[in-house]
Design a protein around this ligand. Structure first.
Ligand code: NOJ
Length: 834
C-alpha cells in the first residue's frame, strides 16, 4: 500500500476502533432519497465529530443548486487535449463543490468510454479512447481533490448504453419491457477489460481517487455492484484501489452478498424503486448481519475504514476539523422549507443559503475550456475567421441552437432541447446561472465590426428562412443533437439517441440556407457524432465547426472562434463515420428477452482502432481538427531512459494491515433503536435493530460464505498489482520522445501533437495505432516549440490473458507524431530485443 494511504488507514482505523457496530453501519448506508440536503447523504457519527457525508453530482458543476458555474462537459474537456487546462477545470469544479459544502463529487465520468456513438451519456466523459479518458480523468481527480473534496470516479464498468441499465426504469416507464428480469449484461473480454475499459480507472486510482461508483448494469452476468471479481479482485487487488466503492443510485441488489463482493457504501440507501420506503439492503439489515455473523465484522471495519481513509489521505479535506454543512438543498430552491422538504416533514428551517460559489478563476477556466474545445472541421477558401474586409457586411444567424430555448435555460436536468445546447440531460446536468447564446455573442462581435445582423429561430418555415439567407453575405447556422440519462425521455429518445441525425430539422435547414447563401457556416453543437452527409460536401457550406456541450459560455466561445479572437485548436474526441453501419449500435429491442446480453464484440478495437484495422475511411477521424494557421514538424528524437523488460518485476508484498479492530460481537441490545433519544423520520434509514432476537449463523451447520470469499488479508499482490493503479513498474518511463513544431502561418495558434504507437505482433495482434501521448503548445507565427512525451512501460504493454499480466513484446514499435489518428507527421522506431 502506498505510504500516504497507509498513514490515512492508520488514522481511519483509530477512529473506527472507537465506533460501535451501528456507528460503522451508519457510514456505509445512505439515509434515504431526500433524507438530507444532498443527492446522497450518509449517516453521521456525532460522538466522534464525523458529519453526515454529502455526495453530490457532478462532473460539470454542482447539481441542484444556484450560483454555480456551468462548466463545459467532459466531452468538450477531452476535445481540448490540454492537460494543464483539464487539471485547472478540476480545481475550479472542486472549489465550487467545496464552497457549497459537498464532501464527495460524483465525478469525473470515465465510463461510458464511448463504445456506442449514440450512447446517452458519452458527453459526460472525455472521448472514445482509454488513454485520453485516463489522462483527463486523472487530471480532473487531482484538481478536485487538491481543493479538499473527494472525487468519485464513475461508472465501473460497461455502462455503454442507457437502455436496460436497470430493470424498473425500463419495465415500467421506459417503454414497457414487462418481461425484463435483469439489467443488461456488458460482456467484456479480459483483454478489452484491461486495455480499454479499466485503463482510465487505473489512471484515476494512481492519481489518488478516493472513491469509485459501480454501475447499474451487470458485468459478465453479475451485477457490477456485487461482482466480487470486479470489485475485490480487479479493482481492489489488481489496481490497488484503497478508497470506497459506492453503488450507483439503486444499483445494489443484495445485502450481505454485495458487501462481501466489495461494495462499501450504498446509495441513496433504499432498495431500487422503493424510494422513501426506508427499506434498505443495509442499514438495520447490515447491523443484523454482523450480529448474526453472516458478515464478518472485519469486513464492516474495512468498509468503514475505506470510507474514512480518503479524508485523511487528501490533506485539504479537514473532515473532522471543519464544521461545514451543505449550504443548499437538492430538494427545494426556496430559502426556507420543511426540514425534509422532499418528505414534507419537519419544522420550517433555512434550506438554502444561496452561497455564490463562482469566482473569476472559474469563469476564466470555463471560458478557456469552451474555446479550446471547438473543433474546426472544414474551412474551404479560408472564410473563417470572419472579417469585414472579406466583404462580409450582412450576416444571418439561424438554427435552434443559436438562441435561447423557449422553455428557458433551466428545464429540470436540462431536458429541454429546442434552443442552445449547454449540456446533455440527466444527473450530470446543472443549472445555468445565465447563458451567453451564440446569437447574442455573434451579434455583439458583428456589430463591433459594423456588420448588420439578422436572426431567426424558425426552423420549419424554410421558404422564409431562405429569403433571409438570400440577403446575407454569410449565414451562420447552429444545429445539434442531445442525449442523456435513461430516466428521462426526450422526444422518444430514452437517454440514448434513436439515430444520429440532427435535431430540430437541422439538415433541411442547412440545405435550405446553403441553397441561397454562398457562404454558409455550420456549427454542430452535439453530444457526440452526427451524420453530416446531407450537406457536408455542398459548395456553399464553406466552413463547419463541431463542439461538444460547452456550458454557460457556449456562445461567447463560438463567437471568439468565428471572429478569430481565438484560433481553434480542439480535436475530435471520436471518429465521425461515413456510414451509420460503422458505429456500434445501441441494443434497444429485446424481443421479449428477459436477461439482455450485450457482447462487446469490438473487443479492443474501439473507435479509430476499428476503422484503422479494417482500413475504413472515416469522414473525420479521431484527433482531427484544423487551425487558422499551419504547422510543420521536424526533428523527432527518441531517447531511452530505462531499458524495457518483457515481464513486470514482482511487486513488493503488501504492507501489513494491523487489523486491531476488535472482532468480538457485542450484545445486540446495544444496537436497538433508541426510541427515547430519536423520533424516527418517515423514510429515514437508521442503522438500528428493531428487535434483539438474533440467531447466530454459527449455530447453522449449512451456513457458508459465498464461494471464494476469504476474510484473511492476502500478503502477495498479483503480478499486475502491488501499487496504486497496478504494478508500480508500469509507470516507469522507458523513452522520452520530442519533436519541433513550427507555426508557419499568419495567426498565433494551439497545436496538439499526438503520439501514436504501432505495436509489433510477436505474440498478439494489436490495433494499427494506439494513442499514447499528447502535448498541446501555443505558438506565435514563425516561432517554434518542442513537444515532449514520456513513454511508460505501460504504454508499450499488452494484456496477456494467459499469464494474467502485462507484457512487452519483442520487436519493432513504430512511433508516430501525428496531427490526427490518420495524419502522421513524423515517424520513428523503437526496437525491443529479447
Ligand atoms: C444515477 C447516475 O447514474 C449517477 O451517475 C448519479 O451520480 C446518481 N444517479 C445520483 O444522481
Amino acid at each position: 500500500m502506498d505510504r500516504i494511504w497507509q498513514k490515512a488507514y492508520d488514522k481511519a482505523r483509530k477512529l473506527v476502533e472507537k465506533m460501535s457496530i451501528t456507528e460503522k453501519v451508519n457510514l456505509t448506508t445512505g439515509t434515504g432519497w431526500g433524507s438530507g440536503p444532498c443527492i446522497g447523504n450518509t449517516g453521521s457519527v456525532p460522538r466522534l465529530g464525523i458529519p453526515s457525508l454529502c455526495l453530490q453530482d457532478g462532473p460539470n458543476g454542482v447539481r441542484f443548486t444556484d450560483f454555480i458555474t456551468h462548466f463545459p462537459s467532459g466531452l468538450a474537456t477531452g476535445s481540448t487535449f490540454n492537460k494543464e487546462l483539464i487539471y485547472l477545470r478540476g480545481k475550479a469544479l472542486g472549489s465550487e463543490h467545496k464552497a457549497k459544502g459537498v464532501n464527495v463529487v460524483l465525478g469525473p465520468t470515465v465510463g461510458p468510454i464511448g463504445l456506442k456513438a449514440a450512447g446517452g451519456r458519452n458527453w459526460e466523459s472525455f472521448g472514445a479512447d482509454p488513454y485520453l479518458q485516463g489522462i483527463c480523468g486523472a487530471a480532473t481527480v487531482e484538481g478536485i481533490q487538491d481543493e479538499g473534496v473527494i472525487a468519485c470516479v464513475r461508472h465501473l464498468i460497461g455502462n455503454e448504453q442507457e437502455h436496460f441499465r436497470q430493470v424498473g426504469e425500463w419495465s415500467d416507464e421506459g417503454g414497457g419491457w414487462e418481461n425484463l428480469q435483469s439489467s443488461i449484461s456488458a460482456n467484456i473480454g479480459d483483454r478489452a477489460m484491461h486495455e480499454i475499459y479499466l485503463w482510465p480507472f487505473a489512471d484515476t486510482i494512481r492519481a489518488g481517487a478516493g472513491s469509485i461508483m459501480c454501475s447499474y448494469n451487470q458485468v459478465n452476468n453479475t451485477y457490477a455492484c456485487e461482482n466480487s471479481y470486479l470489485l475485490n479482485y480487479l479493482l481492489k487487488e489488481e489496481l490497488g484501489f484503497q478508497g470506497f466503492v459506492v453503488s450507483d443510485w439503486g444499483a445494489q441488489h443484495t445485502g450481505v452478498e454485495s458487501s462481501l463482493a466489495g461494495l462499501d457504501m450504498t446509495m441513496p440507501g433504499e432498495t431500487f424503486d422503493n424510494w422513501l420506503s426506508g427499506k434498505s439492503y443495509w442499514g438495520p439489515l447490515l447491523t443484523r448481519a454482523v450480529y448474526n455473523q453472516t458478515l464478518p465484522q472485519s469486513r464492516l471495519n474495512d468498509m468503514a475504514i475505506r470510507i474514512l481513509a480518503p479524508f485523511f489521505a487528501i490533506e485539504a479535506c479537514n473532515l473532522l476539523q471543519e464544521n461545514h454543512h451543505p449550504s443548499f438543498s437538492s430538494w427545494t430552491f426556496h430559502t426556507f422549507g420543511q426540514e425534509f422538504p422532499y418528505q414534507h416533514y419537519g419544522p420550517i428551517m433555512q434550506q438554502n443559503w444561496h452561497v455564490d460559489a463562482r469566482s473569476a478563476f472559474s469563469d476564466e477556466i470555463a471560458l478557456s475550456v469552451a474555446k479550446e474545445a471547438i473543433v474546426l472541421l472544414k474551412n474551404e477558401g479560408h472564410n473563417l475567421p470572419i472579417a469585414k474586409s472579406d466583404g462580409i457586411r450582412r450576416v444571418l444567424i439561424a438554427g435552434a441552437g443559436a438562441g435561447p430555448d423557449p422553455k428557458g435555460y433551466n428545464c429540470k436536468d436540462q431536458r429541454c432541447v429546442e434552443g442552445v445546447l449547454t449540456s446533455g440531460w440527466g444527473s450530470a446536468a446543472v443549472n445555468n446561472p445565465y447563458v451567453i447564446t451564440p446569437y447574442e455573442a455573434i451579434q455583439e462581435k458583428a456589430i463591433e465590426q459594423g456588420i448588420v445582423v439578422d436572426y431567426t429561430s424558425d426552423v420549419w418555415e424554410l421558404d422564409n428562412v431562405g429569403e433571409l439567407a438570400d440577403y446575407a453575405d454569410m449565414a451562420i447556422v447552429v444545429v445539434g443533437a442531445s442525449s442523456g440519462e435513461g430516466y428521462i425521455e426526450v422526444d422518444g429518445n430514452f437517454g440514448d439517441r434513436n439515430n444520429l441525425t440532427l435535431w430540430n430539422n437541422g439538415d433541411e435547414l442547412i440545405c435550405a440556407i446553403a441553397e441561397r447563401c454562398r457562404k454558409t457556416i455550420v456549427i454542430v453543437n452535439s453530444v457526440g457524432p452526427v451524420s453530416l452527409d446531407k450537406w457536408i460536401d455542398k459548395e456553399n457550406v464553406v466552413a463547419v465547426l463541431y463542439s461538444a456541450p460547452l456550458g454557460q459560455f457556449v456562445g461567447k466561445a463560438m463567437a471568439e472562434v468565428l471572429f478569430g479572437e481565438f484560433n481553434p485548436s480542439g480535436k475530435l474526441p471520436f471518429t465521425i463515420a461515413k456510414k451509420k453501419s460503422h458505429y456500434v449500435p445501441i441494443i434497444s429491442d429485446l424481443e421479449d428477452c428477459e436477461n439482455p446480453q450485450d457482447n462487446f464484440d469490438r473487443d479492443i478495437y474501439l473507435d479509430y482502432r476499428f476503422f484503422d484495422k479494417h482500413t475504413i475511411k472515416p469522414l473525420y477521424e479521431f484527433g482531427y481538427g484544423l487551425s487558422y494557421t499551419s504547422f510543420t514538424l521536424c526533428d523527432l528524437k527518441i531517447i531511452e531512459i530505462n531499458s524495457p523488460s518483457e515481464y513486470l518485476p514482482y511487486p513488493e508484498e503488501y504492507l501489513p494491515i494491523y487489523n486491531t479492530c476488535e472482532d468480538d460481537v457485542c450484545d445486540p441490545e446495544d444496537a436497538l433503536f433508541p426510541h427515547d433519544e430519536i423520533r424516527p423520520v418517515p423514510g429515514f434509514i437508521y442503522p438500528y435493530l428493531y428487535n434483539e432476537n438474533i440467531r447466530s449463523v454459527e449455530d447453522d451447520e449449512n451456513f457458508e460464505y459465498p464461494k471464494g470469499y476469504n476474510p484473511d488479508q492476502k500478503t502477495c499482490p498479483p503480478l499486475a498489482g502491488g501499487g496504486l493503479g497496478g504494478n508500480p513498474a508500469l509507470w516507469d518511463v522507458l523513452y522520452e520522445v520530442s519533436a519541433e513544431v513550427k507555426n508557419d502561418g499568419k495567426y498565433k495558434g494551439g497545436y496538439v501533437a499526438q503520439l501514436y504507437i504501432e505495436f509489433p505482433s510477436t505474440i498478439l495482434l494489436s490495433p494499427p495505432k494506439v494513442l499514447r501521448g499528447f502535448d498541446k503548445v501555443f505558438i506565435e507565427p514563425n516561432e517554434s516549440k518542442r513537444v515532449k512525451f514520456e513513454i511508460l512501460h505501460r504504454d508499450l504493454s499488452i494484456w496477456d490473458t494467459e499469464s494474467q499480466s502485462w507484457i512487452i513484446q519483442t520487436g519493432t514499435y513504430n512511433v508516430y507524431i501525428a496531427s490526427s489518428s490518420r495524419r502522421v507527421e513524423l515517424t520513428g522506431e523503437i526496437d525491443i530485443g529479447c
